[in-house]
Structure formats: C-alpha cells, structure tokens
Design a protein around this ligand. Structure first.
Ligand code: KG4
Ligand code: ZN
Length: 325
C-alpha cells in the first residue's frame, strides 16, 4: 500500500491506496474553508498552522496499515511553500521511521489522475485543469509525458470566482457561491468584455475581467449581485470556450477531460459538452468528491510513480512552490 499526503493549499488530506488493485483503502480530508472564509481567501500562515494540527490527527487513524506500506507519497509542488512543507516534513519523518522510500508528486498530475481513482488510466487525453491556482490546457500522453499547451497570464479561472465572491462579501471559496448566485441572475443585464477575444494567442487571462466586475460591483447595490454573478460566470467561461474552439481547429479532441476544483461548475461542464459534440469526443470528469484537492488523487498518481520507480529519499526531496508541470 501507498500512504499519500496532500497539503498544498487549504486541505489537509491523507489516503492509503492498495498497489495491486488501485483500491482506495482509506481517505480523509479536513478542509479549512471555514477558517479562511472570513478573510475571503487562504491566509498561508494560518493554513500552515491548521495543517500542523490536522495532519497528525488524520495520520493517527492510519496506524493499523503502517506495516503494509511500501512508500510514502507527498505533494511537493506546486502550492504554498509554508503548507507544502507541512506534508513533506511529515512524509520525511514517516519515511525514516518506517524505512520506506518517498514518492514526490506534482499536484497538477494529481488532479489529472483524479480521473482514474480506483480505475485504469485512459490516455492520451486533452485536459483542461481549472483550479484556484491554475488554468492550463495540457496534452497528456502518459505520467511522464505531459505538454502544457496554454496557461493563464495572470489569475486563474477559480481564483477569479474567489475574488468576485470577495467583492460581494459572499465568503470563500467563491466558486460554488458564485455559481449558485448566478442561477438566480439574468446574465444579459450586464455585459463584460471577453478577455483576449481579439488575440490570436491560445492563452488565458482573468485580471482584466476581475477589474471590470469590480467597477460594476462598486457602481451597483447588492440587489444587482445575482445578475453580475451570472454575467461574470458567462464571460469567464466564454473565454475558455473561445480559446478551446481555436485550439480544437488545429488539434481536434478525441478524449477531453476537465479537472481541478472548478471542474465542479455545472455551467462550465455543459458549455464544454456542447463544443465537444461536433467532434464526437468523449468528456471525462472526476467524481465530484475528487474535483477539489485531496490525497486520493495524489495516491492514484503515486501508483504510476511507484511503477516507474520514481523514488526519492528523505534527504533529497524538496518543495517547488512555483513549478508548473
Ligand atoms: O483544485 P482546488 O481545490 O485547489 C487548487 O488546487 O487551487 O480548487 C479550488 C478552486 C477555488 O478557487 C474554488 O473557488 C474553485 O476551485 N471552485 C469553483 C467551483 N467549485 C470550486 N469555481 C467555479 N465554480 C465552482 N462550482
Ligand atoms: Zn488543486
């Protein structure tokens, strides 16, 4: 079995995955959303302290499986430095105490493998990763062959939802709150410019849209917030759709997946389904409970790393907060 640890942002999570069957034996996650909610975003130092409390509490429940573990997997990149270090330090201690190797795991690969928890992988695939930290279009051939074909120039898709929710004093995380509010709104009352709509670049940008929404929120009272949320969600998503359509012209999709916390957005899912239809491409999604950060996806990615013997020892492993793929 492999024990996997995730602490790259505001979720403390540990999983145990059986190597031969890919079965998830144990999985627990303690989210810090409530604690960060009053600040409208993640406060890194607070997140780090909460991981230091939560991770050992979860680990204590895993003790019965300690003697069957073959490796400790841990997210070591990318993420918040002060929170990654909590998981990595725990992993190093376990590796020394149990005399087993470490498997450093890239968090973004974890999101991609969230598609295949307790399943065989189906590759190659084109993947749109939309989370709080990333908006990336990735061609995935195998665990070790992934090519990032587009990324954001500034904010990410999920982050823009968080920031708009903060402007409206709705709380954190903003994605589900804005999606729910948008259902009650009229998306045609306000109109925002779609980012990079005239640019030939296949890239993403959300900071300009965020500023347009800020001006609109400031100029209106809360009774207009549902309409603003609906217009914002439409524009933020239309931007992804425009760039995907452009990309599909030169690289028609066969298998397409949306992963990451924001892949839970049903409006986004339905818009993407519609543009895949002409290509008869199949859409792959993670189970809802595995869309946001969790250790089960790190454990699933670790099965690939284990097969490829991508081991590390406690003295070598380090964190890379800004690494991409
Ligand atoms: O993958 P994740 O848990 O953490 C990162 O790796 O960043 O993603 C969290 C992000 C947050 O920005 C959150 O607002 C966003 O995913 N999110 C959503 C939705 N649910 C979560 N964004 C839009 N619509 C949603 N329904
Ligand atoms: Zn994530």
């Amino acid at each position: 079995m492999i024990l996997s640890i995730e602490s790259s942002c505001d979720d403390s999570s540990i999983a145990i995955t059986e190597i031969s069957t890919k079965k998830l034996i144990y999985h627990k996650k303690i989210s810090q959303e409530l604690e960060h909610s009053q600040y409208g975003g993640v406060v890194p130092e607070l997140a780090s302290r909460l991981h230091a409390e939560a991770l050992p509490r979860i680990l204590a429940e895993c003790e019965p499986w300690f003697d069957r573990l073959k490796a400790i997997a841990v997210t070591n990149e990318p993420g918040l430095g002060v929170t990654l270090i909590e998981g990595v330090t725990m992993a190093k201690a376990l590796s020394i105490a149990l005399g087993i190797p470490l498997l450093p795991i890239n968090h973004l690969k974890g999101h991609i493998y969230s598609l295949f928890i307790e399943k065989e992988s189906v590759l190659p695939m084109t993947v749109l990763l939309v989370s709080g930290g990333h908006t990336q279009l990735i061609e995935v051939k195998s665990y070790t062959e992934m090519e990032m074909v587009a990324t954001t120039m500034d904010d990410s898709y999920g982050e823009s939802f968080d920031k708009v929710a903060k402007m409206m004093h709705l709380g954190y995380p903003g994605g589900p709150l804005i999606e729910k509010l948008a259902l009650k709104g009229d998306g045609s009352r306000f109109s925002f410019t779609i980012p990079l709509w005239q640019s030939p670049l296949i890239a993403f940008s959300y900071s300009g849209l965020k500023n347009q929404v800020r001006l609109c929120v400031e100029a209106n009272d809360p009774s207009a917030y549902a309409d603003i949320a609906a217009a914002f969600q439409q524009t933020a998503t239309e931007h992804l759709i425009q760039k995907l359509k452009k990309y599909f012209k030169s690289s028609p999709p066969k298998r397409f997946a949306i992963v990451g916390g924001a892949s839970a957005n049903l409006y986004l899912r339905s818009r993407i389904e519609a543009i895949l239809a002409p290509y008869k491409a199949s859409l792959y999604l993670s189970e809802l409970s595995y869309c946001s950060d969790n250790a089960a996806m790190i454990g699933r990615a670790a099965l690939e790393a284990y097969t490829l013997k991508l081991f590390s020892n406690f003295a070598d492993i380090s964190i890379h907060p800004r690494c991409k793929l």
